[in-house]
Design a protein around this ligand. Structure first.
Ligand SMILES: CC(C)(COP(=O)(O)OP(=O)(O)OC[C@H]1O[C@@H](n2cnc3c(N)ncnc32)[C@H](O)[C@@H]1OP(=O)(O)O)[C@@H](O)C(=O)NCCC(=O)NCCS
Length: 159
């Protein structure tokens, strides 16, 4: 499909979008791809971001079908001039990838952050998620910092 063959509408998420966003995320964020608890995709994830900061939850629609979404939150640190935004989930249906849909979602998310006077925007993703890393580098994100997740199996580690 050519990039010019369809119109993408970016709008704020509404309550009726929750099932579509959840099922799309189920296809994109599989446990193998996102194997830590911090990155567990479930229906509570969608509901809690939508409940907390609905204006930072947006969907991309083509002919009224949800084909992408972005969700995040903002943080004001006490006694600090810095305010942060965290883009937590960004996903585009496989059939519509590489057509600029995520770019449109990100632009709208960023505009909203700027409107809210957020100064630092953060994202995180798995180190092997090259598509996401390339996407975010194109947006100007830099200085990747590595985090290490460790797991302790409490059943097996008893002395
Ligand atoms: C990452 C993701 C959101 C990108 O969505 P998309 O709609 O395909 O991205 P866009 O078409 O807007 O891409 C914009 C630019 O990002 C880069 N990019 C996006 N996908 C890429 C890929 N698979 N490989 C290399 N570069 C890529 C390119 O520079 C692209 O511009 P170009 O097509 O003109 O070369 C999509 O691949 C996805 O949903 N992945 C699964 C979920 C995920 O990992 N989300 C991110 C972490 S929350």
């Amino acid at each position: 499909m050519s990039k010019n063959n369809f119109e993408v509408e970016i709008r704020e998420m509404i309550i009726d979008d929750i099932p579509s966003v959840f099922h799309l995320g189920e296809k994109l964020f599989t446990p193998q791809d996102f194997p830590n608890l911090y990155r567990t995709w479930d229906e509570y994830e969608v509901v809690s971001y939508f409940t907390n900061e609905p204006e930072l939850c947006m969907v991309a629609c083509i002919k009224e079908r949800v084909v992408g979404f972005v969700m995040g939150y903002s943080v004001e640190k006490a006694r600090s001039a810095w305010s942060y935004g965290h883009l937590v989930w960004l996903g585009v249906a496989e059939d519509y990838q590489r057509m600029g849909v995520a770019q449109k979602l990100f632009n709208r998310f960023r505009d909203k952050m700027e409107e809210d006077r957020i100064r630092i925007l953060l994202i995180d993703t798995q180190a092997d998620n090259l598509a996401a890393i390339k996407f975010f580098k194109k947006q100007g994100f830099s200085d990747p910092t590595e985090h290490v997740y460790l797991a302790l199996n409490l059943d097996e580690s008893r002395r």
